[in-house]
Ligand binder design. Structure first.
Ligand code: MN
Length: 714
């Protein structure tokens, strides 16, 4: 009786595993196989095989790369979340966190591919794949998955085959190339070539077959002369004839517009030796044996390729004048060039635990760093690789399926500005994968973000605390700047009107001629510019009003007489916005006596009348201004109180809840001194006005834990 196909595949897997895995691991893998087979039962591949044959085949490819036990288990289970009722939690419970994370990672990549069809985004999809796979084993399972899918395209419709092959060439072969996994890359490319151009593939394949026979003799002659000469020089190394891959022949024919014979009539050899010094000696010997073609020598040992590829390349003129292409490298360079990142599983014991700093991806990058160091050049390839493997970028989707690239830790606001400045300026919240989230939410790779906007919404200065992209930052700033400009103009108008009113005039009374004369005198273009200057405190409204009230403006310009100034205060309403700020030194609240100070470029700062900053400076500067709270002032004003409290558990909580019940917010609490019995705390809280503060203080005084309360002022 013959075994079922899945049994045969499992036996094949076990045979490879037994070469490098211990029996306990093989038992674990068997359990994963049984679990997978049970849940995929009743599902079939297009070829008619039981579904489990597919994950088993993926596992075999990875076992050939000496993948560790969890990676093999993940390969066997890689489709269960996507295609069966099994959840990540189930896998976690049965096979542990590591396997569950790997399977989940592969599932996410699979879903990612369904989401994006746009070809133009291939580069971003590739980066996204690498960014999403925190663990390189996820990428390897996915490559193994793709390899087997490509191998079993057979029964599919030609157009579908072509689409999958195109996607593979767009996304997966570049990733394999990036990771230096050339072996898997060549296999994928060759399968893609066959799927996309079956005719060309067949013709080329036959041509190669035919040519191979004719070439045998020449290859032997060249190979023998190489071997003999190297032996005479006492060098031990391997000399192998090398046949080009169909796809690279095809690509070369296309790119260089060459005929098949132009490319295939090159005889290629690879010489592997033990160390770098020998490589260069071998180079000298072969150049001595056959004449090298000028300009064809390339030293990738000293100047490695971006994925770490190292080798010496040269082309010689061989016997009968045929071109002979030679690659010379060490055994280790060869392994790295075939398996890349996977070389770290291939040639290392598997039972090391992977910590973040010791993952094969990191080790691989470290290897490349070594290569770069010993090569002694300053190529930037490591930087490029690091960006790919440990990306500082994330990729998220718009609801239409477009990909937006953002730096790591970007928020919803960054995304909104990345889509369009108008969306940024009017965003209020967002949905991430259909779930409602606040604006400061940090985005994760692969999510879909839908921004919710409102016509009344406008940028908030607080956003600047968490946005990280330049586009968002400048967007918010420029909006606020423009907004501040408007506020400054409005305040400037109020200030000027107030001064004019004291002279029994109003802006409407000022003739255009006088306006222009004044603007000329102060070197400004428009009335708005002048009002803005007044609002920002760069021009004194009193002086401007006085000038406007003079018949001869140019004479009035020199007037510095401020003694005759009649004071009627500016009314502070609390709605002036950014051009009126409350001084932090004394924190006045509505009801307190106040004075205003013109801070050039910024507007008016409101101080408490008794603030030492104001009493000290008031005599010296003309920038002080009478101000008064409006009857219907609005807003929350922070103020500070000092409390002596009984030092016992729960005291602060009681204070906090009392304050918040009184409709006030605590902004900060500072503990300044404390002994066994009493603690002294400074609390900053927001109030509407003095009456509000008094009510709060009264309530606090009622508490037995409060020994003394005072309001602090500067
Ligand atoms: Mn699969």
């Amino acid at each position: 009786m013959t075994a079922s196909p899945e049994q045969q595949l499992y036996d094949q897997l076990c045979k490879i595993l037994s070469q490098y895995q211990d029996p306990t691991h093989i038992t674990q893998i068997f359990q994963a196989y049984q679990f997978g087979a049970k849940h995929h039962a009743g599902q079939f591949r297009k070829s008619g095989e039981a579904y489990i044959c597919h994950p088993l085949s993926v596992a075999i490819s990875l076992a050939e790369m000496r993948m560790d036990v969890h990676g093999i288990m993940a390969a066997i289970l890689h489709d269960v979340i996507e295609d069966t009722k099994v959840t990540k939690t189930d896998i976690h419970e049965l096979f542990g966190e590591d396997v569950a994370e790997l399977v989940d990672g592969v599932t996410k990549l699979t879903q990612l591919n369904c989401k994006t069809q746009a070809e133009a985004q291939a580069e971003n999809v590739r980066k996204m794949c690498l960014a999403m796979a925190k663990d390189m084993r996820v990428i390897m399972v996915k490559l193994g998955d793709r390899l087997h899918n490509m191998r079993t395209l057979g029964v599919m419709r030609p157009d579908k085959k072509r689409r999958i092959a195109k996607e593979t060439l767009d996304i997966y072969t570049p990733i394999a190339n990036r990771l230096g996994m050339n072996d898997i890359r060549h296999q994928l490319e060759s399968l893609c070539f066959e799927a996309m151009y079956p005719m060309r593939h067949r013709i080329l394949k036959n041509a190669v077959k035919k040519a191979r026979g004719n070439r045998k003799e020449i290859i032997e002659t060249i190979s023998n002369s190489l071997k003999t000469r190297l032996h005479q020089s006492h060098i031990t190394c391997d000399v192998q004839g090398r046949e080009k891959y169909l796809y690279s022949i095809y690509k070369k024919m296309l790119a260089k517009k060459l005929s098949f014979s132009d490319i295939f009539d090159v005889y290629a050899f690879r010489i592997q030796c033990h160390d770098v010094d020998t490589c260069y000696r071998v180079l000298g010997i072969v150049h001595n044996l056959f004449k090298p073609i000028p300009g064809k020598f390339k030293d990738y040992i000293a100047l490695p390729k971006a994925n770490g590829y190292q080798s010496l390349h040269t082309i010689l003129i061989g016997p009968f004048g045929v071109p002979v292409e030679i690659q010379i490298r060490t055994h280790q360079m060869h392994r790295l060039s075939e398996s890349g990142i996977a070389a770290h599983w291939l040639y290392k014991s598997d039972d090391e635990e992977y910590s973040n700093s010791k993952s094969p991806a990191n080790e691989w990058v470290r290897d490349l760093l070594e290569i770069q160091k010993s090569a002694g050049n300053s190529l930037e390839f490591i930087d490029n690789l690091k960006i790919d493997l440990f990306p500082q970028e994330i990729f998220v989707f718009t609801p239409q399926g477009n990909i937006i690239k953002l730096p790591r830790n970007a928020s919803v606001v960054d995304f909104a500005y990345a889509v369009h400045t108008d969306i940024g300026n009017s965003c209020v919240s967002a949905r991430i994968d259909k779930r409602l989230v606040p604006l400061q939410t940090q985005l994760e790779n692969g999510v879909t973000v839908e921004v919710i906007t409102a016509s009344w919404a406008r940028p908030n200065p607080l956003w600047l605390n968490y946005v990280i992209t330049t586009k968002a930052r400048t967007g918010i700033r420029s909006y606020l700047k423009h907004f501040k400009q408007q506020e400054a103009i409005n305040l400037g108008r109020r200030l000027l009107e107030k001064e004019l009113l004291d002279m029994n005039k109003s802006l409407a009374d000022i003739t255009e001629q006088m306006q222009n004369q004044l603007l000329q005198a102060v070197k400004l273009d428009t009335l708005e510019d002048l009002l803005e200057e007044i609002g920002l405190g760069n021009k004194m409204p009193f002086l401007i009003a006085k000038q406007l009230n003079q018949d001869d403006i140019s004479a009035a310009i020199k007037l510095e007489d401020t003694d005759s100034r009649k004071e009627s205060p500016l009314i502070i309403k609390g709605t002036e916005g950014m051009v009126v700020t409350i001084a932090k030194c004394c924190r006045p609240i509505p009801g307190d006596p106040i004075v205003g100070y013109f801070n050039p470029g910024k507007g008016i700062v409101v101080h408490h009348h008794e603030c030492h900053n104001s009493t000290d400076g008031r005599k010296k500067s003309t920038n002080w201004l009478e101000v008064e709270w409006s009857q219907d002032v609005t807003g929350d004003y922070p103020t500070e109180i000092r409390m002596e409290l009984l030092n016992q558990p729960g005291t602060l909580a009681t204070i906090a809840s009392t304050i918040s019940k009184m409709d006030s917010n605590i902004e900060s609490v500072n503990l300044s001194a404390q002994d066994g019995r009493v603690s002294v705390d400074y609390i900053t809280l927001t109030v509407k006005d003095r009456v509000h503060l008094a009510t709060i203080l009264r309530q606090l005084k009622k508490l037995f834990i409060v020994l003394k309360i005072t309001r602090t002022r500067g």
